[in-house]
Write a protein that binds this ligand. Structure first.
Ligand code: ADP
Length: 414
């Protein structure tokens, strides 16, 4: 036993060497392990960074998409927080209310300054109710806005703010007013001759039928007002066809001077009744590309007006010249009292008349120039009036020039 102990102690340097070797190996293992862990953590960190960068990129992409969507909306959008402070405003709303400076954090009332709006926001944020109002915004370009507002919460019942969507309904309102005016005008235009006809019939029934002179007078009045109703309905029908785009236009080359000559013959009787004389100053060579029947309608309406509103015994001149951009300018000029400056644009509106009584007396429907404007526009031209009050009126319009006189006819919807 003792001998074994001594033998083992005798080889102690070996034990030390083994211990040192084992220690070294263990340290080496630890070092390698640490290096590996370090490498793995660097790998992980760079993967994490890449993931974060990817997420940030995706978030930025989504944000810019949302921003583009938000700003490209034709509706105005305003997002308020629970304290009614501005969180988001899109481009449409900024433009309408001319909001240039940074308005984030301001109250809706501070930036929009409309009491109806404030009341609405109070109801929406206070009671959580959805609301809709209509707001008229005065200014150089007045607008009518319809505003829908609703509250939004945090999902647990607490209110977080409100979203307001602004719709520009100005054009819609204008059209609605036009429609209302049109219906009121048509009713009025129909009611006047109808009540006159009813009055004549009643007078005839009450005894005038037995007096030949009175009977003749009342029957003629009935005839006149019936004709007026017929003209009115015809004009209304024409206008409605033109406006609906249902009327077909048969475009062909029309030699202008010849067309004017034929029309002047057609209305010679009417002109003679007012001792009016015509002068056709359209150059021979001019041809237009037009629907000849519609062109006749335009010229008849203008010639008719020149006779009606020109002075008795006056001269009505029709002229034309090749204008810019391959358009031909045509005009009808009279030497009557003319048109006041403030009415020059309005006479193309439906039912607008400078002198209502005079127009009615002459059998006018108030729709002649509105029809002219529509027909001319359907040809790609425009119509306008010029006048020095007291010195006659000139109504002009443009039509496309026919290029060589041999173009094929073409049918198109007007
Ligand atoms: P109307 O059936 O009343 O003639 P129009 O639409 O043809 O309707 O014309 C509208 C109004 O424009 C007329 O009522 C008249 O007051 C005015 N007007 C049109 N042409 C002339 C003209 N040559 N001279 C003076 N006033 C005109």
């Amino acid at each position: 036993m003792e001998a074994m102990k001594e033998a083992l102690l005798g080889i102690w340097p070996l034990w030390v060497a083994v211990a040192v070797a084992a220690g070294g190996a263990w340290m080496g293992w630890c070092w390698r392990r640490q290096r590996r862990l370090q490498w793995e953590s660097t790998q992980l960190r760079s993967e994490l960074n890449a993931l974060r960068a990817h997420q940030e990129e995706a978030a930025a992409h989504e944000r810019s998409q949302k921003e583009a969507l938000f700003n490209s909306m034709v509706e105005g959008i305003l997002v308020l927080d629970a304290q009614q402070r501005v969180q988001l405003v899109n481009r449409a709303l900024r433009t309408w209310f001319e909001l240039n400076e940074d308005i984030r954090g301001k109250t809706a009332m501070e930036i929009l300054r409309h009491h109806e709006l404030r009341d609405m926001v109070n109801v929406v944020t206070g009671q959580g109710k959805a609301e809709t109002i209509e707001l008229e915004i005065p200014g150089p370009k007045p607008r009518v806005l319809q505003i829908n507002a609703c509250a939004f919460g945090n999902g647990q019942g607490a209110r977080r703010g409100a979203v307001l969507v602004f719709h520009d309904v100005t054009r819609l309102k204008q059209l609605e007013n036009l429609r209302k005016d049109f219906v009121a005008n048509v009713s009025h235009e129909l009611r006047t001759p109808l009540s006159l006809i009813a009055g004549c019939v009643e007078t005839l029934i009450d005894g005038a039928q037995h007096d030949p002179v009175a009977a003749d007078r009342f029957l003629r009045m009935i005839q006149k007002h019936t004709e007026r109703l017929t003209f009115l309905l015809e004009d209304l029908l024409t206008l409605s066809q033109l406006e609906s785009g249902r009327s077909l236009f048969n475009f062909q080359t029309v030699q202008l001077r010849g067309a004017v000559d034929r029309l002047l013959d057609d209305i010679r009787l009417r002109a003679d009744a007012r001792q009016a004389t015509f002068s056709n100053r359209v150059p021979e060579a001019l041809s237009v590309r037009a629907d000849s029947q519609r062109l006749s309608q335009v010229l008849i309406n203008l010639l008719d007006n020149a006779i009606k509103y020109g002075k008795p015994g006056g001269t009505v001149e029709v002229g034309a010249q090749g204008g810019e951009g391959r358009m031909v300018e045509v005009w009808v000029r009279d030497d009557g009292p003319g048109i006041p400056a403030n009415a020059l644009e309005r006479i193309f509106e439906r039912f607008y008349r400078v002198d209502r009584a005079r127009s009615r007396e002459q059998g006018g429907t108030g729709l002649g120039l509105a029809i002219v404007k529509h027909i001319v526009q359907s040809h790609g031209g425009k119509a306008w009036a010029a006048s020095e009050f007291g010195k006659g009126a000139t109504i002009s319009f443009t039509l496309p020039m026919a290029s060589d006189g041999n173009e094929p006819a073409g049918i198109r919807k007007g």
